[in-house]
Design a protein around this ligand. Sequence first.
Ligand code: PEP
Length: 254
Amino acid sequence: MRKKIIAANWKMNMTQAESARFVESFLRDLGEITDVEVVIVPPFTAIAKVIEALGRAQNIKVGAQNMYWEKSGAFTGEISAALLRDLFVHYVVLGHSERRTLFGETDEIVNPKVHAAHEATLHPIVCIGETLEQRDKGNVEKILSIQLRGSLAGLKPKELQETVIAYEPVWAIGTGRNATPEQAQEAHAFVRKTLREMADDATAERVRIQYGGSVKPENARELMSQPDIDGALVGGASLDPRSFVQIVKAARER
Ligand code: PEP
């Protein structure tokens, strides 16, 4: 049984004070949660504050929104996996569609980052997903296959098992328009089938595949009741602790 994983991607939002208030509010409601894995992904500037506010609540994990693949050195403006581990970060989101479209990230850039994350025992959350144009042309499976095989190339089965995939159709991110549970399940089943081809059955069964794209309290339960949807990567709705708590609670209801 795969444990559901819900991540709050705050993007370029949340000051230190706002982050601390969010964590305090979340802990009041769901501080003891262990049946769902919760990951908070603040901007770099609020990571230390979130970890401080979490205190002894080590059941809640912290992620980063990006990193560079080199270990250290003259790379102004970049952050390494080792520097994230030094802050007690557990997860790192890689290849988010905003990084792909706004900052030119490709599978060739994402792949060494995924390897560097594993080397440093950081768990990557690797984002993939098609644009509306690609969907309309009937190319969803082709795009997902290219992105999966490109960004995860060369991973050992154990590393694959410790990688989270986020299926995020680009047309659903920040638009208020989510994929239907059937559309999402179809894509997730295809991702799992591709993982089976890339590794083996046991590995593919263990990989957690999150859905992302306008997840909110109203649609979370139905999306996460699909057999291959193992959680959610939540953007907009994760900025409000009450909405986020409701989404996490929806993941508990099987
Ligand atoms: C995201 O940032 O990964 C995302 C899915 O955003 P939103 O929930 O706002 O669509």
